[in-house]
Design a protein around this ligand. Structure first.
Ligand code: FEO
Length: 396
């Protein structure tokens, strides 16, 4: 079950082919995931992270077939979230006195999860743990993506164990970045960044520059999810720097929900108007109710502007639109423009509500939006097309 990474470093994790939802039901994982755990067997032996709780028995059993558990000198907990620490209770039952190295927030989080007073050893950035000829250097990485997160770096082999950062929810028996389908890999990387790391982009940029300033050569990046970066490993670091700085492509995403197709017809005609004025822009339309939420968030992340539509219902907006607006608010997108639209029969509040929510979420609202009464007739359709043209000019 183990996979050699380099010299005395092996992967001893779990590939979860079945996973389709993560973080409860919050994150879709169309291609499964992996929980990566690493064994470093030098004069001293260190185990870096474990796996998600449902696989704890399997993990410890497999690990026992690789090494006498009593020979593990150190356990490194780069991050306490249960997908990486979930097998600790099972493991520590076998080796209760083995020291666990983590940040001070890691201790709080591990105690909070498992209510155990294990042999915790708090580390800070720059602290070293000797494994004999090689050292592990610890680098705190708060909010990448939890307050307790940290990286560690193995000298001589030049391996960065980055935990969640640079990962993807992507199950593959290949396990290395150069062996998998590149288009699938890119899609999972950007989805992961968009949905998980976007709110922390400023910190991502700062932390990466801090790590680069340490001048540690990085040959391999061992993440805690998905493939291991061994071919041009720093390509994902460069991508993160790009994504962390108000990333946008020449894309406009129109997202909406509709009751009797009126708002859908508006969406399609607004798109026609945009296209009529700007042939090069990539326009994508999503009915929020019929699309995967995390895929939509990824498309918003790639967009320079979004247009959000809902009909008015009970003086408000459809719940699907309200839900994605709540998600958008938490992600704190920066440097993107937005507009709102929707049809109505009676009171017509939806456009104002959407625009207000997008403005509060940090979007630059370009105008008052477009409201259409009843189902769009020819005149209203023409208004939608003209509105699309206007947006194409405003969304430059
Ligand atoms: Fe993969 Fe934050 O856990």
């Amino acid at each position: 079950m183990s996979l050699n990474i380099k010299n005395n470093v092996s992967w001893v994790g779990k590939i979860d082919w079945e996973l389709r939802k993560f973080h409860g039901d919050e994150y879709s994982t169309h291609r499964g995931s992996t929980y990566n755990s690493y064994l470093v067997e030098e004069e001293k032996t260190a185990l870096i992270d474990t796996v998600w709780a449902p696989f704890s028995e399997e993990f410890v059993e497999n690990l026992s077939s690789e090494i006498d558990l009593k020979k593990i000198d150190y356990v490194i907990a780069n991050h306490a979230e249960i997908d990486h620490s979930g097998a600790l209770p099972e493991l520590m039952w076998h080796i209760p006195d083995t020291p666990i190295y983590c940040t001070s927030n890691g201790v709080k989080s591990l105690k909070g999860h498992y209510h155990q007073d294990w042999n915790f050893n708090i580390v800070k950035t720059g602290d070293r743990l000797s494994l004999g000829q090689k050292d592990l250097i610890f680098i705190e990485a708060p909010m990448l993506h939890w307050p307790d997160s940290m990286f560690c770096y193995l000298t001589s082999d030049n391996i960065l164990f980055s935990n969640d950062a640079f990962g993807q929810h992507y199950a593959s028996e290949y396990m290395f970045n150069d062996l998998v389908n590149q288009s699938e890999l890119r899609a999972e990387c950007i989805k992961y960044y968009a949905n998980i790391l976007t709110p922390f982009s400023k910190l991502v940029d700062k932390k990466i520059n801090e790590v680069l300033s340490l001048n540690l050569p990085v040959d391999i990046i061992c993440t805690s999810h998905g493939v291991i970066w061994r071919d041009n490993s720093t390509q994902i670091i460069e991508k993160y720097l790009e994504w962390a700085n108000d990333y946008k492509e020449n894309q406009i995403t129109i997202l909406y929900d509709t009751m009797w197709s009126g708002t859908r017809i508006m969406a399609e005609n607004i798109a026609s108007g945009v296209k009529a004025l700007n042939e090069k822009v990539n326009i994508k339309l999503y009915n929020i109710c019929k699309s995967d939420k995390n895929d939509i968030i990824t498309e918003i992340f790639k967009s320079k502007a979004i247009v959000v539509g809902s009909p008015t219902i009970n003086r408000g907006i459809l719940t699907s639109v309200a839900a994605i607006l709540e998600e958008i608010k938490g992600l704190k997108f920066k440097g993107k423009k937005a507009a709102a639209f929707g049809c109505y029969g009676w009171s017509g509040e939806s456009v104002k509500i959407i625009a207000k929510s997008l403005e509060a979420a940090g979007f630059d609202i370009v105008d008052e939006g477009l409201k259409v009464m009843w189902n769009p007739d020819d005149e209203s359709i023409e208004k939608c097309i003209e509105y699309g043209k206007k947006l194409a000019e405003n969304f430059v």
